[in-house]
Design a protein around this ligand. Structure first.
Ligand code: CO
Ligand code: CO
Length: 348
């Protein structure tokens, strides 16, 4: 084959290829009856990253599952990003990953099998980096490639990091820059240069392992990872779940390079636009924040960083530790201001 295969063109979705719209998902989940099981520590009752199920007083299982359509053309990177993203929800719960299973949809009549092998290789290399094995999985023939993993982890029941325990006075810290949704869209529209694309891919392939291990030594109140709902969406789930209000400072938020230019050029995914529309109900936008800056804060991420909330007196030392462990981009992006209904004041 001479022409490089553009995996992203095989996916019909022009969005981030991942999450359903938040309003859609919330509605569907509400209509499904739930069995009462006292061992369920975290389930569909909260909007948390993974399920947590108590085994004994010392151990709980953490289970998550994530898959999506290609967001990059390189099959190795696609596998590695999907694996990084799937394992991330384990880290976001304060848990340790144990093993994973692959979820594969592949158009075997349309694409050579080497492509699938390369996707799986990318995933397995990333799993090794996380210190886990992939023990099996399930594959189906499908028009459109899709890949992801179900990941099992464990946590001490007293050490679960939920996203609904943020406290007034906490600082909010983010461990990766935003921009993967805008840049993926820009790549598809051929607006992004190579270096910009490479930077986004390298962030999407960065495990949240070091960040999670670093913050595990501190009294973190709430944690989530930033993915399809964007920074504002995931923060909104945190503030509404915790019954607190927050403040976010645009100029403190780390962004990937050229993001403002790419947004102005129209590299905005449907997911990002949807996030801005939906979550603005809980956001008080300062007038000086331009539409493009609001979109940047709402950008649907793939395999984004951790967003956590920690008492102010520990914010400086956890930030120092993150920087010392190589996560130099980690920044305080705002704070939890007061008890409330989940409103976020977005300031410049
Ligand atoms: Co998550
Ligand atoms: Co997820």
């Amino acid at each position: 084959m001479n022409d490089p295969i553009r995996l992203t063109l095989l996916s019909h979705g022009m969005g981030c290829g991942c999450k359903l719209r938040p309003q859609f998902l919330e509605k569907v989940l509400r209509s499904i009856p739930q069995l009462k099981d006292p061992r369920v520590l975290v389930g569909t009752g909260s909007s948390d990253d993974a399920a947590v199920y108590l085994i004994n007083p010392e151990q709980a299982i953490v289970q998550t599952l994530d898959f999506f359509t290609p967001i990059v053309d390189d099959p190795y990177d696609f596998g590695a990003i999907a694996a990084t993203n799937a394992i991330s929800d384990i880290y976001a719960m304060g848990a340790k990953p144990l093993f994973a299973l692959n979820i594969v949809a592949f158009p075997s009549a349309k694409l050579p099998v080497e492509i699938l092998e390369t996707i799986l290789k990318g995933a397995s290399d990333k799993a090794s980096e996380a210190g886990i094995s992939i023990l099996g999985g399930h594959s189906i023939d499908d028009e459109e490639p899709k890949f992801g993993m179900a990941v099992t982890g464990w946590v001490h029941p007293g050490k679960v990091l939920a996203n609904n325990k943020a406290q007034p006075g906490d600082c909010l810290i983010l461990t990766k820059p935003l921009g993967t949704g805008i840049i993926s869209t820009a790549i598809r529209k051929e607006l992004a240069d190579e270096a910009t694309g490479r930077e986004a891919v390298s962030w999407m392939k960065t495990l949240n392992k070091v960040a999670a291990e670093t913050i595990s030594g501190f009294p973190v109140n709430a944690c989530t990872d930033v993915t399809g709902f964007g920074l504002m969406g995931h923060l909104s789930e945190m503030t509404r779940g915790s019954a607190v209000d927050a403040e976010i400072l645009f100029h403190k938020v780390p962004f990937m390079r050229n993001l403002d230019i790419l947004v102005e050029q129209g590299a905005i995914s449907g997911g990002t636009k949807g996030n801005l529309k939906y979550y603005s109900a809980w956001i008080d936008w300062d007038k000086e924040l331009k539409e493009s800056q609001r979109l940047m804060l709402c950008d649907a991420q793939t395999s984004g960083g951790l967003l956590f909330s920690i008492p102010e007196e520990y914010a400086g030392s956890v930030l120092d530790s993150l920087h010392m462990n190589g996560i130099s981009v980690a920044s305080i992006v705002g704070k939890i201001t007061q008890p409330g209904t989940g409103m976020i004041h977005a300031r410049f």
